[in-house]
Ligand binder design. Sequence first.
Ligand code: MG
Length: 249
Amino acid sequence: MIVLKTSRELELMREACKISAQALEVAGQAVKPGISTWEIDKIAYDFIKKQGAEPNFLGLYGFPGTACISINDEVIHGIPSKNRILKEGDIVSIDLGAKIHGFNGDNAATFAVGTISAEAQRLLDTTRESLYEGIKAAVAGGRVGDIGHAVQEYCESRGFGVVREYEGHGVGAKLHEDPGVPNFGTAGRGIRLLPGMTIAIEPMITEGTYKIKQLPDGWTVKTADGKLAAHFEHTIAITDNGPVILTQV
Ligand code: MG
């Protein structure tokens, strides 16, 4: 069921999303060679709690962290660990959210650890830009397929892969609501986009094949060919005046 938000609810969403964006920024600032993913997770946890909010990934479906932290060929759902130490040249995806006043925010970004290769930088830039292409397509009266089409076209035309098995989603009182928002698809197809819908758009883009594999830990998702993956996400509101990014610091 798709839940449309009132203007009052959008204001509450905005606060949850702002804290989510600030927590992602703080976590991203901690990224450097030598830090563990557990330490980054702790920084995000402490920040969110300090704002009076709750880390909404923690415990969701049994996930043990505040943030999903995924390195290099890990696409999503990496588990923070004291044994995972970032090193120069890595890329690291951090996905996290906060809940406050009964509403959720959700956002993600991939960060460079020190100096990264030109190819890795191109993957990051393309994935980030594809998110904004997707957001531009999230217009009231359009269709959810417009978003996926925009993301897919942008990335595939630049030689990158688009992960199929995971997708964006509605966000609201629950972190994951309807509708699903795939990063591929056909323009003009799918659910109609309406003012008051709040959705997370989150392209997961790969350097090589778009095929993925799940690790035996039950969480971590990697690229099937071991090549790099990147992930950027914003929670947005669809309004009569166009898409509004809610996860802004
Ligand atoms: Mg999400």
